[in-house]
Design a protein around this ligand. Structure first.
Ligand code: ATP
Ligand code: MG
Length: 580
């Protein structure tokens, strides 16, 4: 492609609303332009990247048993009401009225549509297993569209759905998709991890998130550098010291293990007027949050429960809900707190709490002389110690992991990292097949619900996540696999016929060899061309200048390393195609 015959509007300035590298570079490199919040136009270079990623996805999906379909974005709300997601998705679901005053929704995902389709077309176990996928635009009214195409309201997703006769079948289909995903992300050049994700409400179901590591990622993951364990922050388990110590005595109800050289202090009540948060109490009493106990009163299906965790930790309500086996979990209202503790909100503590179920996080056992609420307005207690001042009967994993927590697999310290979710695989079971009547007849003629899995990948997000991971001060650094072109040919002076002649010759030769080349035939200064070539990030640059052409040679520069080779004009195509 000739630069002058396409549209690559590169920019020198950083766009005002762009906060992250990928957004800045995609705009500056002429890949995308913003239309409105959460909606972007893809210019020729941007579209070529998307098409490359899609081609890799198609190859891997097809070779792992997927069959491509294309489902409508416009969908009837009735389907969504049948699965309960019309309300469940809330404002994320974009709805509109057509001219006949009939409501439509724009598909944010396609479980409902595909399940209804398969319900109508597949009747027999002989037609299963079946994995269908599509690459299509999704619509979500995201509360906070941001970071360019990383989180937009309109984006391209590859979504796949598997239908099986039984759980073994689902496991096989799931495994194939898992392998396809690993192949896709590796081929796209992403530095990624497959992590165990929160199985959500339907406890026991398996789910994996594919995470591209990045400082700007909105997802938090726990990674063990020693054994390779990786889980989302939501799912990462906290090892019960009881289990790891083979049922040690420490958790029988009370003990205190103080820091080295610290002794058990006498409990005392201190006045803390109108001081309720961990931060304020900590400041007033000069105590770090890890020496404080937060006592949170919850209502689990209407029964009060007190939850004890350290001041620097956070309750994971999904874990707590699973632990308590309740449907509805919410923080208790002021009246319940008063009834249960005798004190107001913000002053709860474990000392003297009676008649209420109490669950504590393991970390409470690991230190002493805590600050807690005194269950009395404007008072806290200092030097509270487990065993002496209160006891715990229920130890539970009810909080989010924190950096340096012991790994649930090998007990060595885990590390907390940030990541961008680029894909998600999920064993669904029969939730959708039951709701939408996707049943098959087994070999005895009995009707059974199909067992489903679903698998999503964000196409645009792969491009942006890749750029987050692979850039330098000059621009993007593409791998050959998803770069818009393999080579950019740069004649340093378009006014010199000899230089342009050689550049034309190389361009024609590469094109004939099906090597994707972009020919910078603009009448621009060499400096501008070099800067733009680095900015758009194509992996190889062929520089044609009068420094070398009289010897019949040109320069081939590798964008990633900056390495330059002087190459015979006739050999450019072989050198460029041999490069990785
Ligand atoms: P997130 O947690 O980031 O909102 P999600 O869990 O809602 O994502 P899924 O429903 O699992 O997303 O969608 C599958 C894939 O689609 C995600 O892994 C991600 O790569 C992509 N994706 C989801 N939402 C967006 C968005 N708003 N913009 C771009 N890509 C998205
Ligand atoms: Mg997800």
């Amino acid at each position: 492609m000739r630069w002058t015959q396409t549209l690559i509007p590169t920019l020198k300035e950083v766009p005002q609303d762009a906060e992250v590298k990928s957004h800045i570079l995609m705009v500056r490199g002429g890949y995308i332009r913003k239309l409105t919040a959460g909606a972007y136009s893809y210019l020729p270079l941007g579209l070529r990247v998307l098409r490359k990623i899609e081609a890799i996805i198609r190859e891997e999906m097809d070779s792992h048993g997927g069959r491509e379909v294309l489902l409508p974005a416009i969908q009837p709300p009735e389907l969504w009401k049948q699965t309960g997601r019309y309300d469940g998705l809330g404002d994320v679901l974009i709805k509109f009225m057509d001219r006949h005053k009939k409501e439509n929704v724009l598909g944010p995902t396609h479980e409902e549509v595909i399940t209804a389709l398969v319900a109508g077309e597949v009747r027999s176990y002989k037609q299963l297993p079946l994995t269908l996928y599509q690459i299509q635009t999704k619509f979500r009214d995201e509360p906070r569209p941001r970071f360019g195409v990383l989180r937009s309201k309109e984006f391209i997703m590859k979504d796949a759905y598997s239908f099986d006769v039984d759980t073994d079948g689902l496991n096989r289909s799931y495994q194939k998709m898992y392998e396809a995903y690993c192949a896709i992300f590796s081929r796209c050049g992403l530095d990624y991890l497959a992590v165990e994700a929160d199985p959500g409400f339907m406890g026991g179901d398996v789910s994996h998130e594919f995470m591209a590591l990045s400082e700007i990622g909105e997802d938090v993951i726990a990674v063990c550098p020693s054994c390779g364990y990786a889980a989302s922050k939501e799912a990462a388990a906290i090892q019960s010291p009881v289990a790891s110590a083979g049922g040690g005595s420490a958790f029988g109800g009370g003990r205190q293990s103080l820091a080295k050289g610290e002794k058990l202090e006498t409990i005392k009540e201190v006045e803390t007027p109108a001081t309720t948060t961990i931060e304020k109490v900590g400041k007033l009493l000069n105590t770090p949050p890890e020496k404080m106990i937060k006592t949170l009163i919850y209502k689990a299906d209407d029964k009060p429960v007190a939850v004890l965790i350290r001041g620097d930790h956070d309750v994971n309500e999904a874990k707590l809900r699973r632990y308590l086996k309740c449907e509805i979990l919410q923080l208790a209202d002021e009246k319940t707190i008063k009834d249960v503790t005798g004190g107001p909100l913000g002053f709860s503590g474990p000392v003297g709490l009676r008649g209420v179920r109490m669950a504590a996080d393991y970390a409470i056992a690991d230190c002493g002389n805590f600050v807690t609420g005194a269950n009395k307005k404007d008072f806290h207690l200092m030097n509270v110690n487990l065993g002496r001042d209160f006891t715990v009967k229920e130890w539970a994993d009810v909080r989010y992991v924190a950096d340096q927590d012991p790994c649930p697999k090998c007990q060595k310290p885990i590390t907390i990292k940030f990541a961008i979710e680029v894909g998600h695989t999920f064993k669904l079971g029969t939730k959708y097949s039951k709701a939408l009547g996707a049943a098959y007849l087994d070999d005895k003629g009995e009707e059974r619900p199909m067992i489903m899995g679903c698998y999503g990948i964000g196409v645009n997000r792969i491009a942006a996540a890749y750029i987050e991971q692979h850039n330098d001060d000059n621009g993007i650094i593409w791998p050959a696999s998803i770069s818009p072109y393999r080579v950019v040919i740069i004649p340093v002076n378009a006014a010199q016929t000899k230089i342009m002649g050689v550049a034309e010759e190389i361009y024609a030769d590469l094109t004939k060899q099906h090597i994707e080349a972009l020919f910078d035939d603009r009448d621009e200064r060499a400096g501008i061309k070099f800067k733009d070539a680095d900015l758009i990030g194509v992996p190889y640059q062929v520089v044609v200048s009068d420094r070398h052409i009289n010897d019949g040679k040109v320069e081939v520069k590798t964008r990633k390393t900056g390495e330059r080779k002087i190459v015979d004009i006739q050999c450019v195509r072989d050198v460029v195609s041999a490069m990785p």
